[in-house]
Structure formats: structure tokens, C-alpha cells
Write a protein that binds this ligand. Structure first.
Ligand code: MRU
Length: 357
């Protein structure tokens, strides 16, 4: 996707294959900063500190981190896998990617371990681009149906499920990019998404793509839906269960409830690698990441003079609970937009067949 007219991917392997370059998402939207990752501690830090974030992207980054850690030669493959998986607990793509690399490494000789892992990481990187593009194509059909005779389709999204959360295209934003390319008029309501404010990443992406959008604070969606200002909700997922429960950024569930009450279609866009077929009941079985209290107590931004600044908005002793994700039960979801097509949550058997064939 474009950054000031120049095409970018969210992460890329340098030609000499000595490092992975990432866009440091903690610096956005104020500054466009790239960083080079070489070592396992650097990769683990980038994922944990959310310099790279978004379920698909942390999986791909971890796959490269695995390969580079093998080259470092300090830890065995199993220990590398454990360290990488421990960085963030909820998004299943991380585990999915690391387990694929581990399997491939275990099936080869120690001399070939690094080249096998790196080659698989490159494959996963390219697959992610193709998968998200296909999600965009399938989701475009839904936007077209919603458009009907409307002049503009108003779409509400939560968090950032755009190209920054994947290698390119994004999940929830991919259909929006395709719709814009197809000449449809779309306008996006962008939830701010406290406390990490990933909504501003979404706004930054949409601004760079020239797509009309408006940022709203997290509690606004229900009001807009009651007043007919939302035609469609489109969100991503960090882990979806075998029965179609969707774990996504905290606050998604409340949007789904409001959409249900106002009879607004609520779609989730995800690669099938986000489906954890080993769990069924999302509420009971998905570990919800809890992050540090200072993410809530302290806000970061740019001062009037243009420098990065932070402000504490709660007293030191204010108790804080910082749950990063919630679970939306399958019954509130109109459909799952995947690279294999669009499936209702009552069609998980068919989606499983398409995924595993
Ligand atoms: O905590 P984050 O920013 O890594 O959260 C993940 C997400 O970006 C969202 O929950 C998103 O909707 C799903 S990932 C495409």
C-alpha cells in the first residue's frame, strides 16, 4: 500500500538477508520510522512492544525471527519457539506460524535448519499478501451488495485491521481498498480504540489511500447505528474458534451488540490461519492478554512544538484493568470473510473442509 504515494509492505527482508526491516508502528501516525531486526531479543521486543502488531503480521515477523535465531545459534529450535510464542498470547497466527517453522526445521538436518526456516518465512510473507488480497475480493462483493442504490457506503471498523496489521492489504480494510479501487464511494467510521489508539493507524492508512474517513471515540458507534449512519461493520480477528466465536480487539463485542440491535450486518474478515480449530467456546478457552496499566494511565502524542510527548491522565495509584481483547459470540456475526470465500458462522463445517483440503 502507499505511503505518500510510495508503495510499501509493513515488513520486508533486506536483499542481503541479514535483517528484517519493520515500520515501527509505535511512532505512527506522527513519524514514519523503520527499524532493522537481527536477533531473537530484537524480534521478541518488537512484537511485545507492538512495534509490529496485528495478528497476521506478528506471525510473519515471528517466522523471520525464528530463522534469524537459528542463524544466531544460541538456542535450540524448541526454545526459540517457546520464546516467540510467549511474546503475545491471544492472536493464534503467532503460534500457527512458529509451529509451522518448527515442524519444517524438525524435518530437516541442522545444517539446513536456517535456510529451511528462512525460505518458509519468505513463503508465509508472500502467502499473507495473496491471502489478504483474496479477502479483499470476497469482501468487495459484500460492500457491493450493501451499496445497492446508496451513493456512499458507511462502514464502521474497530482497531487496525489494515495493511499495517498484515504484510499488505489488511483483513477488514482489504475489501475497503478494493471497493475504493473499483470506484465505489465508501466512508469509514474509525473507532479510536483505546488504550493503544490503533484507530489512528487506520486513519493514517486511509488518508494515504485517499479514502474518506472520520475518527470517532470508542463509545460513538452505537449512537451512529441508531441514527442510520452505519451500513456495515467490518472488523478483523485475532483468534476465531471452530464454532465461529470471534476474539478481537477490546470493544468489538459492544459494537456487535449494537449492530445486532440495529439490524446492521456485522462481518469479520480474517485469514483461515486465524481460526483455532482446537477451541470451540471462545469465552471459556481463549487466553485474553492483559497489558500493563500504564497503557491506560499515560497517553502518548505529539506536543505543539512537534516533539513526541506523554501525559499521565490518572493518579499513580488508580487501579487499572487493561484487557486487550474480547470475544464476540458467533450468533452476532453475519459472516466470516476469508480467502476461501464468505461463510456464515453456521457454515463452519464447510469452512473447515475448504481450509483443510
Ligand atoms: O493488539 P493488536 O494491535 O496487535 O491487535 C490486533 C489487531 O490489530 C486487531 O485486534 C485486529 O482487529 C485483528 S488483526 C488484523
Amino acid at each position: 500500500m502507499l505511503v505518500q504515494g510510495k508503495p510499501y509492505r509493513s515488513v520486508w527482508l533486506e536483499d542481503d538477508e541479514q535483517s528484517l526491516t519493520i515500520i515501527d508502528q509505535t511512532a505512527l501516525p506522527y513519524a514514519f520510522v523503520t527499524k532493522s531486526l537481527h536477533t531473537l531479543p530484537e524480534f521478541c521486543h518488537a512484537i511485545r512492544a507492538m512495534q509490529v502488531r496485528g495478528a497476521p503480521l506478528i506471525g510473519i515477523t515471528a517466522a523471520f525471527g525464528f530463522a534469524f535465531a537459528l542463524r544466531e545459534g544460541k538456542l535450540c529450535a524448541n526454545d526459540i519457539a517457546v520464546e516467540l510464542i510467549a511474546t503475545r498470547p491471544t492472536a493464534i497466527n503467532l503460534q500457527w506460524a512458529v509451529e509451522q517453522v518448527l515442524q519444517a526445521v524438525n524435518a530437516t538436518t541442522s545444517e539446513n535448519a536456517f535456510s529451511t526456516a528462512l525460505s518458509l518465512a519468505k513463503t508465509l510473507w508472500q502467502q499473507d499478501i495473496d491471502t489478504c488480497s483474496a479477502i479483499g475480493d470476497h469482501g468487495l462483493d459484500i460492500i457491493k451488495q450493501t451499496a445497492n442504490d446508496k451513493t456512499t457506503v458507511n462502514i464502521l471498523t474497530h482497531c487496525n485491521a489494515g495493511w499495517l496489521a498484515t504484510v499488505d492489504w489488511g483483513t477488514a480494510l482489504a475489501p475497503i481498498y478494493k471497493a475504493h479501487e473499483a470506484g465505489l464511494n465508501v466512508h469509514v467510521w474509525v473507532d479510536e480504540t483505546r488504550p493503544r489508539n490503533q484507530g489512528y493507524l487506520t486513519a493514517w492508512e486511509l488518508e494515504n489511500a485517499g479514502i474518506p474517513h472520520t475518527v470517532i471515540v470508542d463509545n460513538t458507534g452505537g449512537h451512529l447505528m441508531q441514527h442510520g449512519k452505519v451500513d456495515l461493520c467490518l472488523v478483523g480477528s485475532d483468534r476465531t474458534t471452530a464454532r465461529g466465536d470471534v476474539c478481537n480487539k477490546i470493544g468489538t463485542y459492544l459494537k456487535a451488540l449494537a449492530a445486532h440491535d440495529n439490524k446492521i450486518p456485522f462481518y469479520v474478515a480474517l485469514p483461515t490461519s486465524t481460526i483455532d480449530w482446537s477451541v470451540s467456546d471462545g469465552l471459556a478457552e481463549i487466553p485474553i492478554e492483559q497489558r500493563e496499566a500504564d497503557e491506560v494511565r499515560i497517553i502518548h502524542g505529539q506536543s505543539h512544538s512537534g516533539s513526541n510527548d506523554s501525559l499521565q491522565i490518572a493518579s499513580d495509584n488508580t487501579p487499572v484493568a487493561n484487557y486487550a481483547f474480547d470475544v464476540t459470540p458467533a450468533k452476532y456475526i453475519s459472516g466470516l470473510i476469508t480467502e476461501k470465500g464468505v461463510f456464515g458462522t453456521d457454515e463452519m463445517d464447510q469452512l473447515s473442509l475448504h481450509t483443510h483440503q
